[in-house]
Design a protein around this ligand. Sequence first.
Ligand code: GLN
Length: 239
Amino acid sequence: MKLTIGHLYPDLLNLYGDRGNIQCLMKRCQWRGIEAETISFELNDRIDFSGLDIVLLGGGSDREQMIVCEKLKEIQEDFKKYVESNGVVIAICGGYQLLGKYYKTDQGMINGLDLVDMYTEQGDGRLIDNIVLKSELFDMPIVGFENHGGRTCIKENQPLGKVLSGAGNDGVSGYEGVIYKNVIGTYLHGPLLPKNPQLADWLILRALQKKYGAEVELTELDDTQEKEANDYIYKRFVK
Ligand code: GLN
């Protein structure tokens, strides 16, 4: 089995080392004997979504999002088809905001990909904190760090998790992130996946099942250290 990961615009969207998430996905595949390859796309590269199994959109500043958003118009149709046919996506912070219809900032409007029915508007001040979530998808909590000026409204969509500590989508709803088909959007920055191995495996398993059939299962890995790191953060901010 083989997975190809598409990393979109790492030269612009790579805040706080979101690239570490790619390394985590690659390693967790390789440890299981699953071949993994990453293709990084720069702004002017043509993207063939049919050859990708997981797409990562990282975080970026408003300025970088503004640059990227011009390009998104060109890839929107193909990206939408990928998502609607259950393609796997992990979108982080600035990338998460770009999944929606728009991100309205004091400096102007950033049009998004409109892949998920949601939108973001800049609020007063930034939401900067360590954050812990409880997600229905996993028994382990999801832990991470958030730093965003945008407040995201996910409408009727399913959130990634309930906020146990931190601000989340808008600082008031009590929820964080979004799940739509095989797309996960979240404000939690890199290294999100190394600290949350169940989330990494969810992406890998969904991608493998889409490609090779629903009967594919993942072998267990020794996640002692990952669990300890996750538990340390959980206890520090929640208990
Ligand atoms: N520019 C966006 C905001 O401030 C996202 C920032 C980020 O990716 N950390 O809301």
